[in-house]
Design a protein around this ligand. Structure first.
Ligand code: GDP
Length: 447
């Protein structure tokens, strides 16, 4: 495929040691001759020189030329490494753009790599997920997928499906000479189906590792919910005050507990109220609880159990199918002797949020959640991938059913083809511009 030549700054724009500018397309080689006094273009070699705009020196740089198809995009590519200043980097880019080269859109380099079949869509998504990963498990899930084992597995399954399709076709063309071995077909199709179901059933771990687990913090005003969130975040984000009910709105924060990405929602309160503003807060809090997998119910050691706590406990009964932890905060305050939690249906842990003494809680959260984020090299990592696999499962199931019902080869062939299409959608071999634009629109510029 022939595309126009594009350029972008691939490093973050800011002050740093080095900046990277990338160019890809068939004008690349010509550009090298225009930009540098050194005209050598031996691929994969690093050259040194000056970038000048007519007589004006812009920067002292090094550069590497990658000759297509042996490059990230599969086309001729140039990577320029300049000094990492915002202005100087933009000047280099502008000089390049003045030579009839277009500025790249977000993710356009990776999009070309997929369109030029240098990598499949699954790998491209894994690279993006790796860049954006902000927890160890997310990083692991992305790295596993980037390694390519999932892509290999999909290609193997496709090979099996193609073999089946070819055999059915031969039988359709020469019905007298060949007889379809239904038993063998069923075996192969069931094997494909089992493998796909395995991928589908394990997808949620990959998605959870990448997207994070929602956790709501509930409890009466002043129990220390905001302080706890801050302790978990180890930075000041939620506003902490002594006036009950300051946290009116919900605050969502990403944090990592022993490598697990958690999206924590600090709630405003879930007590019945007549106050209009508070009512909105209560509704939002209930929604946050509904969306959460884990709920921290914070009690205050210094007050003991009060009516408000009992109301929260009663409300939480509706959500008892979720992971709920009772957190006794302010355990540093010893002024209350008989503080016993009468509720034994949930795990109970003592902490002191303001002292940062929350290790027990972190351990318990980790134990509860670790099994939901463990991934292997075959784990899918987003809903798009999961949906494509679902389509393939539906089609292969229909093909199996068709054989069992004794349907015509035409009908079975249709479903085998549909299964292959589902897998092609997964790997991006059957793509539409809109699909690719949607996916790569979320990438960084220059990636
Ligand atoms: P929220 O209304 O539940 O969000 O409660 P805050 O986080 O705003 O805390 C209310 C008050 O309790 C503040 O004065 C905090 O400093 C204090 N506090 C929070 N956690 C602890 C703790 O572990 N020990 C002590 N002694 N005070 C705490």
């Amino acid at each position: 495929m022939i595309f126009d030549t594009i350029a972008a700054i691939s490093s973050p724009l800011g002050t740093g040691a080095i900046s990277v500018i990338r160019i890809t397309g068939n004008k690349t080689k010509k550009l090298i001759k225009e930009l540098f006094d050194n005209e050598k273009t031996e691929p994969k070699k690093m050259y040194y020189g000056w970038i000048k705009d007519k007589d004006e020196i812009i920067d002292e740089v090094t550069w590497v030329y990658h000759k297509g198809p042996k490059s990230y995009t599969g086309e001729d590519m140039l990577e320029i490494f300049g000094h990492g200043g915002v202005l100087v980097t933009k000047k280099i880019l502008n000089l390049i753009l003045s030579k009839n080269i277009r500025e790249a859109l977000p993710g356009e380099f990776s999009k070309r790599a997929v369109m030029n079949k240098k990598m499949d869509l699954v790998k491209a998504e894994a690279i993006n997920e790796l860049i954006h990963a902000n927890s160890d498990y997310a990083l692991k899930a992305a790295a596993n997928q980037m390694e390519g084992k999932l892509s290999e597995k999909i290609q193997d399954l496709k090979k099996d499906l193609f073999t089946i399709a070819a055999r059915i076709e031969v039988e359709m063309d020469y019905p007298e000479d060949f007889e379809v071995d239904n038993f063998e077909f069923l075996n192969s199709l069931n094997k494909v189906k089992d493998e796909l179901i395995y991928l589908y059933e394990n997808a949620d771990n990959g998605i959870t590792a990448i997207e994070g687990i929602k956790m709501a913090i509930v409890g009466k005003p002043n129990a220390g919910k905001s302080t706890l969130l801050n302790a978990l975040l180890r930075k000041d984000r939620a506003i902490v005050t002594d006036i009950p009910g300051t946290t009116r709105d919900t605050i969502e924060e990403s944090l990592s507990i022993r490598g697990i990405l958690i999206k924590s929602i600090d709630t405003a309160g879930i007590r019945e109220t007549e106050d209009v503003v508070e009512k909105i807060g209560v509704e939002r809090s209930l929604k946050a609880i509904e969306e959460s997998k884990l709920i921290l119910f914070v009690l205050d050691n210094s007050t003991g159990i009060e009516d408000y706590d009992i109301e929260v406990y009663e409300k939480l009964k509706e959500f008892s199918y979720k992971d709920i932890i009772i957190v006794i905060n302010k355990s540093d305050i010893k002024n209350r002797v008989n503080f016993n939690v009468p509720w034994k249906d949930y795990d109970i842990v003592k902490i002191s949020a303001s002292n940062g003494d929350i290790r027990n809680l972190e351990e318990l959260i980790y134990d509860k959640l670790k099994n939901t984020v463990i991934t292997n090299e075959y784990t899918l990592t987003n809903e798009r991938q999961k949906n494509a696999v679902k389509k393939a499962i539906d089609s292969v199931s229909k093909a199996i059913e068709g054989i069992n019902l004794g349907l015509t080869n035409d009908a079975i062939m249709f479903d085998v083809r549909k299964t292959i299409e589902g897998l092609n959608e997964l790997t991006g071999e059957d793509y539409t511009e809109t699909l690719l634009d949607n996916i790569f629109g979320n990438f960084c510029v220059g990636k």
